[in-house]
Design a protein around this ligand. Structure first.
Ligand SMILES: C[S@@+](CC[C@H](N)C(=O)[O-])C[C@H]1O[C@@H](n2cnc3c(N)ncnc32)[C@H](O)[C@@H]1O
Length: 204
């Protein structure tokens, strides 16, 4: 899509204009809002990890809804500070970043959100492959980083790698729901997987 076309699409997009009007950092907030309304994920977590957090829409929303003191956010790109949110800059797939995340929180998370999406090269096969490498990393981390009643919400893309990832989710969680919010563009392959009732967790 050309940048001109993209800008035209953005200005016609009601979620984009609404997010501007309300001062949200991203239109993605509306996706989390829909997920939260349907699955009540922000009702009782005591600690939250927000992966792929920049520019900060989801972290901000999670903080406003919960007023928690334990929200940790991570992105490979910088993010402007949000009161109450501890931001860690770096590639989530790196071991040292994962260690830092666990060290900062001192215990496991009740909710892990991942809205990570990789930079697209235009080659669908390469893009899907590198996306699912990160997604699998998030799923593996959940086995260490989630409490036994914890919830994982992860952005995924339908296409190459999806079926295998869904199987891995099913092996990790007793309940897996696939949900595409209205705010997720219909032409996009993006959707979300929500995993609850983790089958087994590993000690930190
Ligand atoms: C769709 S944006 C997230 C929007 C965010 N949820 C919000 O509401 O503001 C996807 C993010 O994933 C991040 N990302 C991509 N690869 C990453 C990685 N390996 N580790 C951490 N973040 C990554 C990107 O830098 C980008 O900021």
């Amino acid at each position: 899509m050309s940048s001109q076309h993209w800008r035209r699409n953005q200005s016609k997009d009601k979620f984009f204009s609404e997010s501007r009007k309300l001062g949200y950092r991203s239109r993605s907030v509306f996706k989390l809002d829909e997920i939260n309304r349907k699955y009540k994920i922000l009702k009782k977590p005591k600690s939250i990890l927000d992966l792929g957090s920049a520019p900060g829409g989801w972290s901000n929303y999670a903080f406003e809804k919960t007023k928690l003191k334990h929200i940790v956010a991570n992105d490979i790109e910088p993010m402007k500070p949000i009161p109450g949110v501890h931001f860690i800059l770096g590639d989530f797939t790196s071991e040292s970043i994962q260690e830092e995340i666990l060290k900062v929180n001192k215990s496991k998370f009740d909710l892990i959100l991942s809205d990570i999406s990789n930079n697209k090269t235009g080659n669908n096969i390469t893009d899907q492959f590198s996306f699912y490498e990160i997604a699998k990393n998030v799923l593996e981390f959940s086995k260490i980083g989630l409490t036994s009643s914890g919830v994982l919400v992860i952005k995924i893309f339908i296409g190459l790698g999806f079926e295998e990832f869904k199987k891995d989710m099913d092996q990790t969680f007793k309940n897996v729901n696939i949900f595409k919010p209205n705010a997720s563009r219909p032409e996009s392959k993006e959707t979300y997987a929500i995993g609850t009732k983790i089958r087994y967790t590993q000690n930190i």
